[in-house]
Structure formats: C-alpha cells, structure tokens
Design a protein around this ligand. Structure first.
Ligand SMILES: [Zn+2]
Length: 92
C-alpha cells in the first residue's frame, strides 16, 4: 500500500475525508477498483451526504449511457473525464 493510499484510508476510517476524496472513491467503486473496506467508508458517507449520492447516481447513469452508446458508435474519449472534472470542481 502506498503512502497516499494509507493516508486516505486513515482519513476515511476517522471520517476526516472530504467529499472530493469520497468522489474519487465513487469512481473506484463504479469501476470495481475499490477494496471492500473502501466501499464501506463510501456507503457510510453516502448516508450523510446527498451531494455524493447525486455524484454516484450521475456516474452510474453516465457509465450506463456510455456502455449503451459504445455498442453502436465511438464515444469521445475525454467526455467522461470532462464530466468528472465538472463534478470535482463543483464540490468544495
Ligand atoms: Zn459528500
């Protein structure tokens, strides 16, 4: 485990992580890149934070839309990134 990941885990355990860090976690969870404990931290936060619930739902919808679209045509590669950036910027 890298130092950055270790520090993040400590923050999540102690509830000191901010929304931006949880949003990073949301992307990992959606992409199945998260560990079970990371998912647990996120779910605990989602009970308290509607903003992150919205972000999670939006990301799920986006992924579904991209998957549907990609059956028939190419999706601009930077579309998902630009939407992610918008969410990140709107989060204090
Ligand atoms: Zn939040």
């Amino acid at each position: 485990m890298g130092l950055k990941q270790y520090v993040q885990n400590v923050k999540f355990r102690t509830g000191m992580a901010n929304c931006r860090e949880y949003i990073d976690l949301i992307y990992d969870v959606i992409d199945n890149q998260s560990s079970p404990s990371q998912e647990q931290y996120l779910r605990r936060h989602l009970k308290l934070c509607l903003k992150c619930v919205d972000a999670l739902n939006l990301e799920k919808e986006l992924k579904k839309a991209i998957q549907l679209k990609s059956v028939h045509q190419e999706v601009p590669k930077d579309l998902a990134d630009s939407i992610k950036n918008k969410i990140a910027k709107s989060t204090p």
